[in-house]
Write a protein that binds this ligand. Sequence first.
Ligand SMILES: Nc1ncnc2c1ncn2[C@@H]1O[C@H](COP(=O)(O)OP(=O)(O)OP(=O)(O)O)[C@@H](O)[C@H]1O
Ligand SMILES: [Mg+2]
Length: 460
Amino acid sequence: MSSAPQVAVLRLEEDADVFAARQLARELAQVVGLDRIGATRLATAISELAREAAAAGGRLSFEVQGSGDLVATLTASHLPDDSPSMVSARRLLDTVTHEVADGLAVVRLEQRGVRPVTDAERHRVQRIVAAHAPTSPLDELQQQNAELLTLLDAVREKNAALETLNHELEETNRGVMALYSELSGELERTNQGVVALYAEIDEKNLQLTAASEAKSRFLRSISHELRTPVNSVLGLTGLLADPGAAPLSPEQGEQVAFIRASATELLSLVNELMDLAKAESGRLEPAWQDVDLAALCGELAGTTRALLREGVRLEVDPGPPGLVLRTDPDLVRHVLRNLLSNAAKFTTAGTVTLEVTQVDGVHGVDGVDGVDGADGADAAEGVEVRVRDTGIGMTEEEQALVFEEFFQVRTPLHATARGTGLGLPFARSVAQVLGGDIDVESAPGEGSSFTLRLPAGGAA
Ligand SMILES: Nc1ncnc2c1ncn2[C@@H]1O[C@H](COP(=O)(O)OP(=O)(O)OP(=O)(O)O)[C@@H](O)[C@H]1O
Ligand SMILES: [Mg+2]
């Protein structure tokens, strides 16, 4: 491999030199690895310039620089920048520069990215230069014709390829247009469907709201109407059983006690219906205050123990010490009493557990903690109060229905445990009034777990 950059030098004085320049350029182009079209471009640019330079006495040299550049330098006493051969050279090659130094025009043609020239190749090229135009003009003409034919073939091939491409593009365009119009039609139909669906949903919503309002109104008025006569019955049984009143026979006394028990049960049912109607109609206004949850749990534990069946234990975990929640204590107590009385009713052995946990992060958002973190480590996003039992449990279908009014699973336990099926719907309505909700998890024969979730900051 040669380190000397200069490959060949040629004087340009007559027509034969022009042929030699062209041939030299072609040979060199092949040696450095240009393809046929690249070689023809270079040879044509060089021969055009050489023809004009030869008329004014010129010189052509080739170098291959280390970085892989083939540089042809052409000097002549007269070769203006706007001469026809310069214009042609610029059309054929990318890098053509022109300058005038010491009264001589210097033109540089550069071809980048060529491979280096070995010593043997350099010698061969130099022999061509030394032989000075080894081909006759006729041979050269033949050679140029062959080159022209190759170029023509290449152009024809390119044209054919372009035509095919155009054809394909046209077809693709037609396909895209067809797809587009099909999709827009589809979209329009879907949109119309969606709009109709929304209208239907709105209509149904209105109907549902009206139905729910009518139901609440009915519950409110019927329970209100019932309360007065039931209270009178209770009052009258009180009067009858009064020690100061006329004595009753033992049988009468038993019947009055029976009437009194039934009336008391009826009154509690009527009151529950009233509460439910109030919660549902949004008339239940929580009285917000800071509530000490541990104290509330202690209070509830006391009343729950009295309800437990024999052999059932109560466990209480009041959560982190000093946990205070802004909420309505009466309503929370009411909800939890419902959950605890259910747990006591439907558990014949094992444990009923009441536990409080503080919840950081946002409820229901994939368990991901809030990213703000600025309000300090103790800032609870809310509280969960769970009532778990090891009782009879429920199937999934039953769990889906227990929050509906008057729904009760038919079990042997219902014979001894009375109720109306209003406790859970009321508890859920109240939880929602407090900004939270109730969830259930359960498995038949294993037990149930009801979770009351409450937000930390009271009402939003
Ligand atoms: N902890 C539980 N274990 C098993 N079943 C339960 C439990 N809690 C509720 N259920 C089922 O859900 C039904 C509805 O409960 P809900 O509290 O609404 O009504 P209830 O307890 O039957 O009557 P009420 O609460 O009105 O006195 C119950 O009858 C029972 O079948
Ligand atoms: Mg209940």
